[in-house]
Ligand binder design. Structure first.
Ligand code: GLY
Length: 372
């Protein structure tokens, strides 16, 4: 089944190269992707899909398209166009870092290191956090972290391993530790965001941006935690990160609905209209695959994780567009922000990316582009 799903994804990505041209897909309305000229936080996911398709097929059409994308990311960094946020890890891990991993292209490596330096500028030493959004001193976002940022840390860990300069590692670890302590709650659920006093780092309160309410567990936030802590473990070997990823994954899997694809928030009221977030299930599947790669063969929780992974992936294939040849997206029923009414039941490009990464991990033993 995975092979068939990959073949379908490759065919759709091939058709999308023509459709999208020099533009980048973000989320859909009425099954049509909104395109932008490389200025959103999501634009690396399309490039990552192109690289995955290139590695699967060896077809230069994907490589050329991916390289053109990386050239666009070069310009974006040169002009610092819409880079005043923490998502530089998503953008450059899947574009220039992927190119470096695949082609050992020196310019791609340098671009990725420059991107890591831009991310590092968001480190706020007084509060000990990487500020997610807004300018330094921003009244609302000045001391705010979000759980999504865990997926931006691999860019910093990689920069440390590549240059030997420990400043990248130290920032990533301090941010991961603070995220673990304050974003993850005692029952293994999570806050989407947390506020600290920007002057001294004192904890203020948890909250949400895209979740149901401040104290609820937004399923995609939980997913970022599962994968993000597993990756922090890969780079640091701190067993607390592995344990946190495992416990967050168990919390997630214990709450799968009958069709195995999660609703958008674990605390949202469930009725016939409740939206799902297939992207949260896709991210968590990749996170579980990463987690499993670190657990011993006889670990007592392996069987439960493997069963949950199979259920999630089968649920995603059931929500895929495999039987809709002309569809632009790969998996239906993603949500960007149900709370804000922003693409609440649509294609989302990161859902498509993580779905394809999970399929490639399952079928080909691929490991994604978060580490070399
Ligand atoms: N990182 C933004 C989101 O997950 O919507």
């Amino acid at each position: 089944m995975w092979k068939q799903a990959i073949e379908d994804a490759v065919a759709k990505t091939r058709a999308n190269i023509e459709r999208f041209g020099d533009q980048f897909p973000h989320v859909s309305t009425n099954d049509v992707y909104h395109l932008n000229p490389n200025m959103d936080w999501t634009d690396g996911f399309w490039t990552g899909m192109l690289w995955l398709c290139y590695e699967y097929t060896g077809d230069d059409v994907f490589k050329r398209a991916a390289e053109n994308n990386v050239a666009s990311f070069r310009k974006r960094l040169d002009t610092l166009d819409h880079l005043d946020h923490h998502d530089i890890g998503f953008l450059y891990s899947l574009s220039s870092k992927a190119q470096w991993i695949i082609e050992k292209d020196e310019a791609a490596k340098q671009l990725t290191l420059e991107a890591a330096n831009v991310l590092l500028k968001r480190w706020r030493p007084k509060s000990g956090i990487i500020q997610a959004w807004g300018k330094e001193g921003d009244e609302h976002n000045g001391g705010r972290i979000i759980i999504d940022c865990l997926m931006n840390l691999p860019l910093l860990y990689w920069a440390y391993e590549t240059t030997g300069d420990k400043k990248y590692y130290d920032v990533a670890v301090q941010h991961a530790d603070k995220s673990r302590r304050f974003l993850v709650r005692g029952d293994d659920s999570s806050y989407h965001t947390f506020y600290f006093d920007p002057e001294n780092g004192n904890a203020i309160r948890g909250g949400t941006h895209q979740g149901y309410e401040d104290g609820s567990t937004w399923t995609r936030g939980q997913a970022w935690g599962v994968y993000g802590f597993a990756l922090s473990y890969r780079y640091t070997k701190n067993p607390l990160y592995l344990e946190t990823s495992l416990r967050m994954a168990q919390y997630f899997l214990e709450r799968l609905p009958e069709d195995h694809v999660v609703y958008w928030d674990f605390d949202a009221e469930i009725n016939a209209d409740t939206k799902r977030d297939s992207s949260a299930s896709a991210i968590t599947s990749c996170g579980i695959l990463e987690l499993l790669s670190h657990l011993p063969e006889d670990h007592e929780d392996r069987a439960e994780l493997e069963a949950g992974l199979q259920r999630s992936m089968k649920g995603l294939v059931a929500y895929s567009t495999m039987n809709e040849q002309d569809a632009q997206g790969l998996i239906k029923r993603g949500s960007y922000s149900v709370r804000a009414g922003n693409s609440p039941d649509d294609f989302v490009i990161w859902g498509d990316y993580y779905y394809l990464e999970a399929l490639m991990r399952l079928e080909k033993g691929h490991k994604g582009y978060w580490y070399e």
